[in-house]
Ligand binder design. Sequence first.
Ligand code: TYD
Length: 141
Amino acid sequence: MKKTNIFDCFVLELNKHHSNRKGNISVVENGLTVPFDVRRVYYIYDVPGGECRGGHAHKDLYQLIIAASGSFDVVVDDGQSKKIVSLNRPYHGLLVVPGIWRELVNFSSGSVCLVLASELYDKEDYIYDYQTFLNYKKCLN
Ligand code: TYD
């Protein structure tokens, strides 16, 4: 796991092509838009009101988290500091670097969380226990 903190996590403004009366389109291109190669895309939807997603950290994974529809908050935590990032625009993407505990909360009804990820799914990359996460972070300091 890399030595990272919450200030390494920030919102990228994606491009937005506006077509008069026909809506908008935002484009993410490998090597241009995001600072990692995208190897996996998934999306979270139908989250019941009051539910929380995430609740884990990744050892090596980079992610770009986008509220493709609706809104939700992402709490990022490096073991020392936390910040809450509200996502409510489909052309905003939160970069989450490795070594960050994250929780996704306050999903609006019908929201869709689109995630671009740097690696294929690997359950060995997850840390699901907060105390284990803190111990990992301590070992890096
Ligand atoms: P998880 O990452 O724990 O969800 P979240 O962080 O959004 O709460 O994944 C939930 C389930 O989906 C878990 O059983 C593993 C599975 N899953 C995959 O099979 N592939 C994937 O790429 C992802 C993200 C999850």
